[in-house]
Design a protein around this ligand. Structure first.
Ligand code: MG
Length: 383
């Protein structure tokens, strides 16, 4: 037997037995030799970081569009916040930080331009062709649309990264199945803790940053947020701890406090559940209920904040007004490329031969940044 490599030694010294150890990975579709000092999940993370789809996240809407200002989060900065929060939780639970970071970097790669409005539009366009969902699209980006110097399409990521993203896509299908009895529910197996952590970090990040961005953009007032118990409690703790902060400093500190208290609660609750369910191995994790969850008390508080954000931010008239013209442009682009496939870049014309034209047009549109989609629409309307 060859001696264990550096990554295996490092992981067996640092990680818990229920963490996903890279030595137990099911590997890549196209086998590759091990790197002398970079572990497989570290390489996955780097491949995602260096791919074009990742860079384009910097010009894609998270919630607020680019022309609304420079303060708020983009899809890229959201992704980096998720990765940072997820890494903190992973380290505290002694699970695989490299895998967590690869999963976090990949989680929103499939988002089309214009945020969820863009996603809804593409889903309408593909209604008779299997629909569109950003989680499933992220898998297409990793497995098909991105390419490297290697002879096969995609990034050739490790099984666990792809399976984690596939779980997110199946979860979306499950949510849809609960509304549509004709869609069969997916099999109930709990994903790796690393996957659960990224899911939790996603909501921790957006709850805090959407409130912060909305205040900065003037879509919400401090008085409105003080009616939300979760925000008010965090504000009270901040003011008690730091009585001399300015109004603006208090706001910054409340956002940090919201993240900190959610992470602290999550780590404590997950640690209890891991011990209560006597979790020792990855196999135990798959058999157990979800383990990386907030305490019931904090979950209730979070739901109130999420409901508040839904009512007062995501459905704010300013956002709805931006939504319609963007959706209209995307729909027009879809129809135009469907009618005139020769307008597509050659790579996508070739892809259409195997993937079908509607899906390929959606692949091309989903890869666009907000700005590129606007420019392309203008260019083609003049052509
Ligand atoms: Mg996200």
């Amino acid at each position: 037997m060859p001696p264990p490599d550096l990554t295996t030694l490092r992981e067996s010294a640092l990680l818990a037995s229920y963490a996903m150890h890279s030595a137990d990975s099911l590997g890549r579709r196209h086998p590759e030799p091990l790197h002398p000092y970079r572990g497989p999940y570290q390489r996955d993370r780097d491949r995602i970081l260096h791919c074009a789809a990742f860079r384009r996240l910097s010009h894609k809407t998270q919630v607020f569009t680019g022309e609304m200002g420079d303060y708020h989060r983009t899809r890229l900065t959201h992704t980096l916040e998720v990765a940072s929060i997820a890494r903190t939780i992973a380290r505290a639970l002694r699970i695989n930080e490299d895998l967590v970071e690869a999963l976090a970097f990949a989680h929103d790669l499939g988002h089309p331009p214009f945020g969820h409005s863009g996603e809804d539009t593409l889903n309408d366009c593909l209604q008779n062709h299997g629909g569109f969902n950003h989680n499933a699209q992220a898998l297409r980006v990793c497995e098909l649309l991105e390419s490297s110097y290697r002879p096969h399409p995609g990034l050739n990521l490790s099984h666990e990264v792809l399976e984690g993203q596939a779980y997110r896509a199946r979860k979306h299908l499950k949510n849809r199945a609960s509304r549509d009895p004709l869609t069969p529910p997916p099999p109930p197996a709990c994903p790796l803790l690393e996957v659960q952590v990224v899911d939790a970090a996603d909501s921790i990040a957006y709850n805090a940053h959407d409130a912060d961005d909305s205040l900065e953009l003037g879509l919400l007032t401090v008085e409105q947020l003080l009616e939300v118990p979760f925000w008010r409690d965090a504000r009270d703790r901040v003011v008690q701890r730091h009585p001399s902060l300015s109004h603006r400093q208090v706001l910054r500190a409340v956002v940090h406090e919201l993240i900190d208290c959610q992470v602290t609660d999550l780590v404590a609750n997950a640690s209890h559940l891991l011990s209560d369910h006597r979790i020792r191995t990855v196999g135990d994790v798959h058999q157990a209920p979800p383990l990386v969850t907030s305490s019931p008390e904090l979950s209730d508080k979070k739901s109130v904040l999420e409901h508040f954000l839904l009512q007062n931010v995501y459905r704010h008239p300013t956002l709805l007004a931006k939504r319609r013209p963007a959706q209209h442009r995307l729909m027009e682009l879809f129809d135009r490329f469907l009618k005139e496939p020769s307008l597509l870049p050659v790579k996508f014309q070739q892809l259409a031969e195997t993937e079908g034209l509607p899906r390929t047009v959606a692949d091309y549109l989903a890869g666009m940044t907000d700005r590129f989609a606007f420019d392309e629409h203008r260019r083609l309307s003049q052509a």
